[in-house]
Design a protein around this ligand. Structure first.
Ligand code: IPE
Ligand code: IPE
Ligand code: MG
Length: 251
């Protein structure tokens, strides 16, 4: 099992962040919610740099959930505009930092212009190998699992007559970001302690860190705190603490 390689904390290979609290950040300042989202983009930039510096290899950011369409139409359209502008602006910076950009989610719901901009930014940074940044847009953990089953049946139609051929690794390979290893550390900012349909399957053994900091205020120090907390966790993967200690001594 690939997870056993990451026993004993250390540095997480895959960090996923639920960037929450933009609205509250703005409301506390008597500003429109969208101002919080705008400031949130600056945190994204800071955190990408900080994570790459700390040696994180995969960073996945929840930008827009499949449930966020339920928000007032003005907020949804402001978020779309911000997303399009940020993609355009940040792709060049990512290239300079050696960060490969990928986008995961149901992209068919986005305008043709945004879809094109996504493809362009992904192609521009295709060769970058310092860190893979996955922006999850119109993403939902349940959507991802449903799509994986559809993909399995499309790519391997024989499975319909042989359900015993469905394995965990077959599901892994057919998920939206089949390029990333399981999530080691999931951070949620803004104080809430829920997953809100973010990565489900690949986060089965993720350590969960709830930061009280609202996303627009989240900086290098907050990330550092989460990473230090993670390094002290004992990941057991179903075993006992004694077994884990023994494995550590064998190394
Ligand atoms: C997260 O901040 C950003 C998105 C969901 C796009 P929120 O907008 O959810 O902020 P709060 O939770 O209302 O403060
Ligand atoms: C989760 O935050 C989605 C993103 C951060 C993109 P929400 O603010 O939408 O989550 P809930 O609705 O409070 O659970
Ligand atoms: Mg929220």
């Amino acid at each position: 099992m690939s997870e056993t390689k990451q026993i004993g904390g250390g540095a997480p290979c895959h960090v996923a962040i639920i960037m929450d609290g933009n609205g509250r950040w703005a409301q506390r300042r008597f500003m429109p919610r969208v101002e919080g989202h705008r400031r949130g983009v600056q945190s994204v930039r800071r955190v990408i740099e900080a994570a790459a510096k700390r040696g994180v290899r995969y960073l996945s950011l929840f930008a827009f959930s499949s449930e966020n369409w339920r928000r007032p139409p003005e907020e949804v359209s402001a978020l779309m505009k911000l997303f399009a502008t940020a993609l355009h602006k940040e792709a060049q910076a990512m290239l300079e930092h050696g960060v490969r950009l990928r986008v995961a989610g149901d992209l068919t719901a986005f305008s043709e212009e945004i879809q094109q901009s996504i493809r362009k930014s992904e192609a521009l940074t295709e060769h970058c190998d310092r860190m893979v940044l996955t922006v999850c847009a119109n993403y939902g953990g349940r959507w991802d699992v449903v799509e994986a089953f559809k993909n399995i049946l499309k790519r391997h139609p024989e499975v319909a007559a042989h359900p015993e051929r469905i394995t965990e690794s077959l599901i892994d390979e057919n998920l939206a970001f089949d390029w990333a290893p399981p999530v080691d550390l999931m951070i949620r900012t803004g104080g809430e302690q829920r997953i809100s349909n973010f990565i489900l399957w690949q986060a089965a053994y993720a350590e969960l860190f709830a930061s009280p900091t609202l996303w627009p205020d989240f900086d290098e120090t907050d990330l550092e705190e989460a990473l230090n907390w993670y390094s002290r966790r004992e990941r057991r993967f179903g075993m006992t603490g004694e077994q884990i200690q023994a494995l550590g001594e064998d190394k």
